[in-house]
Ligand binder design. Structure first.
Ligand SMILES: Nc1ncnc2c1ncn2[C@@H]1O[C@H](COP(=O)(O)OP(=O)(O)OP(=O)(O)O)[C@@H](O)[C@H]1O
Length: 608
């Protein structure tokens, strides 16, 4: 058990209450309706006493019975209204949490989201919010209504017979203490069980993400065993929680039985001595039941409340996620050239400059004193794995910020630009080139507000996809993925590049965005890019040489520093560069050279 486990429920409860504060109007209505329902129940023993006493006295029973019936009907109506309003409040509460979570996730920095498990984030938005919806508001309302019901019942009992009422109070206190002890254990065990289930979904997610690798490496059995191990520990934790729940349930039942039987025994003695009437005893016994019933319901829902509170704690963690800060309001580090009116600076003024940039993840230094300038045309970043290439692109998009030095877009520190403007001016294709959008057209224009068809066609032509798309019966409306056409890795990357081009930004960052194309098609794509979009600053990370061969500038990073820069030809004299391009994954510069020399157009299958 974690040291703070016992204090968790209390702080989670406080969090729940503060999160419910904006709904205080609706919550008050629910509380009043629930209190009304309980009040109607508490009147019934008094009416029942009147009926019993009336029978004994052979009095007219019409009024007592009419009151009993009316109170029962009013209680039912209030119960219906309370149930409905409570459910509606739960839905509104969860709707707000879900929207807030979605907003916090998309507003969080890249580093925050990427350092967390996707399964964990997804389960907070989905499963955790569902848990809260189903249980939490009801349990919270019970926490308020049940003690008030108990107090009101005791006061009414005291008006009937002080001695019997005191007996009931003592018995209820003992039962309450026992139930509270078990409740705490239920909370902790339920939370532990939930944590194990989250671990289980993490395994499934890992397998699904690398499904082909799992199959190809014949690791099905190993993964299944890993799943089984996690499932077993989730099972054991859940069974422990069930066992504690069963104990809590039994304690609650025992409390009712014991209190009822002892009160009956004492009450019978008092009736026999004439201290109280039969009607009084009936009323007090009914109070024991009417008080115990909600207490028992509260105890039963203790596990559910604890689940809901644990879920709320995880949701709250997500709602406290850091957000990307728009530092545009802070004093500018550089004079920011105005582009907000929509006009772009002329190509001659466009540049991305890394000025003596130092950066590290935690204690791990990654970039050391990097100074680079990229102007319109193709700048290629090469270097062995882990050299810091992707990190450089992340700095340009301000996914991360330099520890020292600055990244300048057209002379302005990127930290001085509003994020929306910066990212509007700098398009980015990430390594895996994921597609967003249900159709090819949507994927090609994701994040672009207005792109006319003719321009889109030209872009698709440039990336070598136009013929393929026009050959599809539904063209741009063809669905992709599960329900539509399956597309190859190369097609996906081309679509991602098309999407970035459609942004019409001044800078295009490509992170191994052509790695799944064959060298020939990669060369063609790069040639089209440099020909059709020559006013853009293109910075491409690559491990493959056809692209470096065509670049205006090649920058080689080693261990986080600029090792060499120049054209491909300039760098050929560098032994480390030669070693890099000699690697099998680098593609063949000879092939590229031959193709260019022969003037072969070389446009291969668009679907490569
Ligand atoms: N989010 C992160 N948290 C911690 N360390 C990171 C993170 N991202 C990258 N690194 C580390 O920073 C170093 C540089 O990573 P980066 O991705 O920039 O290298 P790269 O040159 O692009 O590599 P590759 O060619 O393999 O993609 C690596 O050692 C990597 O482990």
């Amino acid at each position: 058990m974690e040291p703070d486990a016992a204090s968790r429920p209390t702080s989670s409860l406080r969090t729940l209450i503060s999160r419910l504060a904006p709904f205080r109007g609706a919550l008050t209505v629910v509380l009043l309706l629930e209190l009304g329902t309980r009040a109607a129940a508490l009147i019934q023993p008094l009416a029942a006493r009147a009926v019993v006493d009336g029978v004994a006295a052979r009095a007219d029973l019409m009024w007592p019975i009419a009151v009993l019936g009316a109170v029962a009907i009013i209680g039912l109506c209030l119960n219906y209204a309370g149930f409905y309003q409570r459910g509606k409040l739960s839905e509104r509460f969860v709707l707000g949490l879900r929207k807030a979570m979605a907003g916090r996730i998309v507003g969080a920095p890249v580093s925050y989201v990427e350092s967390r498990s996707t399964a964990d984030l997804v389960s907070r938005v989905g499963a955790d919010s569902t848990l809260i919806q189903q249980t939490t508001v009801k349990a919270l309302v019970d926490l308020v209504v049940v003690p008030l019901t108990v107090v009101a019942g005791i006061v009414l009992m005291l008006t009937i017979d002080v001695f019997l009422a005191l007996v009931v109070i003592v018995l209820l206190s003992v039962a309450g203490l026992a139930e509270a002890g078990v409740f705490r254990r239920v909370v902790v065990d339920t939370e532990t069980a939930q944590e194990h289930v989250a671990g289980l979904t993490g395994v499934v997610q890992r397998v699904l993400l690398a499904f082909r690798t799992v199959k190809a490496s014949r690791s099905e059995r190993r993964e299944a065993e890993s799943f089984d191990r996690n499932a077993d520990s989730a099972y054991r934790a859940s069974v422990k929680a069930v066992r504690t729940g069963a104990l809590a349930d039994t304690v609650a039942y025992a409390a009712v039985d014991f209190t009822f039987l002892v009160t009956l025994a004492v009450g019978v003695v008092r009736v026999s001595t004439g201290s109280v009437g039969v009607g009084d005893l009936v009323a007090i016994l009914l109070y024991v039941v009417y008080i115990q019933e909600p207490v028992e319901a509260l105890t039963n829902s203790a596990g559910k409340l604890s689940e809901g509170l644990a879920a709320l704690r995880r949701i709250t963690e997500l709602l406290d996620a850091p957000q990307e800060t728009d530092t545009a309001a802070a004093p500018a580090r550089t004079e920011v050239p105005a582009v907000s009116n929509g006009s772009k600076p002329p190509a001659s003024r466009r540049s991305v400059r890394f000025d003596q940039v130092w950066f590290g993840y935690g204690d791990q230094p990654v970039l050391r004193d990097v100074s680079i300038e990229a102007v319109p045309g193709l700048t290629v970043l090469v270097g062995s794995s882990g050299a810091g290439k992707t990190t450089l692109l992340s700095l340009a998009e301000r996914f991360v910020e330099p520890e020292r030095g600055a990244v300048l877009l057209d002379g302005a520190d990127v930290r001085d630009l509003p994020l929306a403007e910066l990212r509007g001016r700098v398009a980015y294709v990430q390594q895996e080139a994921p597609l967003l959008g249900a159709t090819i057209g949507e994927a090609a224009t994701y994040g672009v507000d207005d792109v006319d068809e003719e321009r889109l066609r030209r872009i698709l032509e440039s990336v070598g996809l136009r013929t393929w798309i026009e050959g599809l019966p539904l063209g741009l409306d063809t669905e992709v993925g599960e329900r539509g056409v399956q597309i190859s890795g190369g097609q996906r990357q081309r679509l991602a590049v098309a999407r970035a081009l459609a942004r019409d930004s001044e800078v295009l960052l490509l992170d191994e965005a052509t790695s799944q194309l064959d060298p020939l098609n990669e060369q063609n794509l790069v040639r089209s890019l440099t020909r059709d979009f020559r006013d853009r600053v293109v910075i491409a990370v690559t491990h493959r040489m056809p692209m470096a061969y065509q670049a205006d500038q090649v920058i080689m990073l080693r261990h986080g520093s600029v090792h060499a820069r120049g054209t491909h030809d300039d760098l050929l004299s560098d032994p480390h560069y030669r070693q890099l391009i000699a690697s099998p994954s680098a593609g063949s510069p000879e092939l590229a050279e031959q193709l260019t020399a022969s003037g072969e157009d070389g446009r291969g299958e668009p679907g490569a």
